[in-house]
Design a protein around this ligand. Structure first.
Ligand code: GLA
Length: 704
């Protein structure tokens, strides 16, 4: 049961989950401090922190820097401030005073008003039942009239998280680029401000809006970890700040430098949610908490296992028609595929990437009778039907652009930079958003479409809106809100429709889009060896249930590397398995083995997708992940080894979270293992000597 307690005498609020507390303190100057974030405390224990000696004498700075939860700019605070504004008269300092506090067992709202200017700042806290997860956001409201003019919001971070004093600080994040996303980095946190940001209008491949902090000694299994993540799919900025005073904060929110946002009199700005969590027992436990949070509080369909899909993109590129797609669908169905997804190239004049985006009607030469013959055949084969769309885009060579050249993001007197020969539609315009929703709604209403792969293949450039009423910079946030609204409406009107988010791979992966999609395409790079690293980083925050992974051809069309079929399957089997190879070129032996490997995945996928994930520390080139059923009755282990060295056999792999008194039977070999032995000495591995070998072991607990 979450709880929020208040001690008015000391100006304390304490927000507690089952294993952690977050303590706020309002000081005499009405500054809201983050007093504690860590193991659970009582109000009494928290109050004793107020007797701690103040830091020694400080000149040239306010000792409150780096300790404020509501971190407003002003006075002698020179560090990063989470809330920064500029009033009409040029004043930038804020002097908020608490005017109201409302609380329930799980929610707290603290309402501050500036001492002079017409600005309300509310900071909202929401504890999620049964978890140590705290959701936060901020609401700003201009309470003045026309004479006050607009207030410019320079920065409105959703949350500033105040870290406790640690001996040292280390920052974990993911970095990347197209086809090399979500690669884990752990670096000592330097003094100063470490900023990760996206100025691209999308979450971005280069960084992902989350961070974890530990004292440098946490491991996969041990040690406290503080983490936070932002639920937003547009531009963002996360500032991890280490002051010379050894105070550390992590502040995160939407928007990026130098874009600001004007608040007109009466207007309000509500930030997206930033979620924070304190965990013990290492990065593994932190990831499991995030996975549980995503499943319990973000995803719309967390109890559904995602189907094994086939996607035609790598097989056929733009060279598609009804006959070829039916041929592939028949081959895919024979392998046990459950969802057939037709990718790019089915509409308008889209025979390559230079034309047709925006014209969402089937190409009459390729699909003379529309999509129905393909969809009917796919359904007849017992599979769902999925379709690729890229609704936020337009090729200049399209009927849509010829009719509405003003619908794209553009600035007067500036070029319209094309990337992949396309421009971005300005969804902040209500007419454009309505058109996009209308076309998609018509598409899924007129055709029996079960799944959309919603792609977004270029960042914003020349992000202008010349005839906007008011501040054109609102397009950065309004585009994302419009995208969310379209997705929400489509999903409400078509409750059986499932959605995959894609942005040239995982360029749009975040808690915001996950609330509106069922899975995310993890990377355009389908090389199984590279995928091990990409997926390891993906798994730090996001669960296997949303991680789309395909088995494609060997040599890989992108990297040129040859990798055995079993290894390609086992790597993809650590997420939502899909197939994306050219099945017309696969021989009979390969097809027969593929069918076996699809069946192997299906038998274990409830564990991979719905179970609890333990990244087992591999030795050397070995990567292994264990998935445990929520009731503990089954577990699956996927072990992947790139290369064996010096002829050494693989050491047995110790498993986690089993019942030591129970015995577990290997469903493939019938071998029975003791829980206590698996936990201490490990699961014997018998991987072949070749490079890129793998196994999937499925263990079922024997009846007592
Ligand atoms: C992007 C996606 C790919 C594919 C192509 C189609 O690159 O990430 O999976 O859909 O677009 O153009």
């Amino acid at each position: 049961m979450p709880s929020i307690a208040h001690d008015p005498g000391h100006g304390l609020w304490i927000l507690s989950g089952p294993g952690s507390s977050y303590v706020l303190h309002l000081d005499d100057a009405h500054r809201l401090r983050g007093l504690h974030w860590g193991p659970r405390l009582t109000l009494d224990q928290a109050a004793s922190l107020l007797n701690y000696p103040a830091p020694g004498r400080r000149s040239f700075e306010d000792p409150a820097d780096g300790t404020l939860d509501l971190d407003t700019a002003g006075a002698m605070r020179y560090a990063h401030a989470g809330i920064q504004v500029r009033f009409q008269d040029g004043v930038r300092d804020l002097e908020p005073r608490l005017v109201d506090a409302t609380q329930s067992d799980s929610a707290l709202v603290l309402r501050f008003a500036d001492r002079h200017y017409p600005l309300i700042i509310e900071t909202h806290y929401h504890l999620r039942e049964g978890t140590d997860v705290l959701e936060r956001h901020v609401r700003l409201q201009h309470t003045g009239g026309p004479a006050d003019g607009p207030i410019t919001v320079v920065r409105a971070d959703s949350a500033t998280w105040v870290l406790p004093r640690l001996g040292d600080y280390r920052l974990s994040q993911v970095r990347g680029q197209w086809s090399a996303e979500t690669r884990l980095t752990r670096t000592p946190l330097p003094y100063g401000e470490t900023v990760t940001t996206s100025r691209r209008g999308i979450t971005g491949h280069q960084a992902n809006p989350w961070a974890m902090i530990d004292d440098g000694s946490a491991t996969e299994e041990h040690g406290p970890v503080w983490s936070c993540a932002l639920a937003w799919s547009g531009g963002w900025k996360l500032t991890a700040q280490r002051l010379p005073t050894e105070r550390v904060t992590v502040s995160a929110g939407f928007g990026h430098d130098p874009v600001t946002r004007e608040l007109a009199p009466g207007e309000e700005l509500v930030t997206p949610v930033c979620v924070g969590a304190y965990t013990e027992d290492g990065f593994g436990a932190a990831s499991r908490l995030w996975h549980r949070y995503v499943r319990d509080h973000v995803l719309a369909h967390p109890d559904e296992v995602r189907p094994v899909l086939y996607n035609s993109w790598e097989a056929t590129g733009y060279d598609i028609d009804v006959t070829g797609q039916i041929e592939l669908a028949e081959k895919a169905a024979a392998l046990g595929v459950e969802l057939f997804v037709m990718d790019d190239g089915w509409f308008g004049a889209r025979t390559n990437d230079a034309a047709g985006l925006g014209d969402w009607t089937p190409n009459p030469e390729r699909f003379p009778d529309g999509l129905a013959p393909l969809i009917d055949r796919v359904h007849e084969l017992g599979m769902g039907f999925g379709l690729w769309v890229e609704p936020e885009m337009v090729n200049p060579d399209s009927d849509l652009y010829r009719a509405h050249p003003d619908w794209v993001l553009h600035q007067p007197h500036r070029r319209r930079t094309e990337h992949r020969n396309q421009l971005v539609l300005n969804l902040a315009r209500p007419d454009v958003a309505a058109w996009v929703h209308g076309r998609l709604d018509e598409l899924v209403t007129k055709n029996a479409i079960d799944f959309l792969k919603w792609d977004m293949n270029r960042p914003f450039t020349e992000a202008g809106w010349p005839d906007a009423e008011g501040d054109p910079d609102r397009l950065w946030t309004d585009h994302v809100h419009a995208l969310y609204a379209i997705l929400d409406r489509l999903r409400a009107d078509h409750p059986d429709l499932r959605i995959e988010s894609c942005s040239s791979g995982s360029g749009r992966l975040d808690l915001g889009i996950l609330a509106r999609s069922d899975q995310v395409w993890a990377s355009d790079n389908t090389d199984a060896v590279d995928r091990v690293e990409i997926q390891h980083g993906f798994s730090q925050l996001y669960p296997a249930q949303v991680m789309g992974a395909w088995v494609t051809d060997s040599p890989n069309p992108f990297t040129g590397r040859s990798v055995p079929l079993d290894f390609r399957f086992r790597v993809a089997a650590t997420g939502v398995l899909g197939l994306g190879g050219d099945l017309n070129r696969w021989g009979d032996t390969e097809l027969a083995r593929a069918a076996e490997l699809v069946a192997e995945y299906k038998a274990a996928r409830h564990l991979v997708q719905l179970g609890e994930q333990h990244r087992l520390s591999g030795q050397g080139d070995l990567t292994a992940v264990q998935y445990l059923a929520p009731d503990g009755r089954e577990t699956a282990v996927i072990a992947l080894r790139h290369a064996r060295h010096f002829g050494h056999r693989d050491a047995p792999l110790p498993l986690r979270a089993l019942d030591p008194a129970a015995r577990y039977r290997d469903t493939a070999t019938g071998a029975v293992h003791h829980g206590a032995v698996l936990l201490t000495h490990g699961l014997p591995l018998d991987l072949a000597a070749d490079d890129h070998t793998s196994t999937l072991v499925h263990l079922v607990r024997e009846p007592a």
